[in-house]
Design a protein around this ligand. Structure first.
Ligand code: SF4
Length: 65
């Protein structure tokens, strides 16, 4: 199945916004938006992005305690 969102779905800078009418938007909070390098509401799906940052791995999930 095709992912309609792309990289934003698993980026730490993304925030999923649901409007009062139920429309869904993906807000980009990367510092690159302020520098004019990325759109605040990027066109989807995002397949490549210089600002993408994956969440840090959960140490509890790795078993390294
Ligand atoms: S930095 Fe890129 S991948 Fe991350 S939320 Fe912004 S547009 Fe999406």
């Amino acid at each position: 199945m095709r992912d309609e969102v792309g990289l934003c779905r698993r980026c730490v800078h993304a925030k999923r916004i649901v409007s009062a009418k139920g429309s869904v938007f993906w807000l980009c909070r990367s510092p690159l938006v302020g520098l004019g390098m990325l759109s605040k509401y990027p066109p989807l799906p995002v397949s490549g992005c210089p600002g993408f940052s994956a969440p840090a791995p959960d140490p509890a999930a790795s078993g390294d305690r």
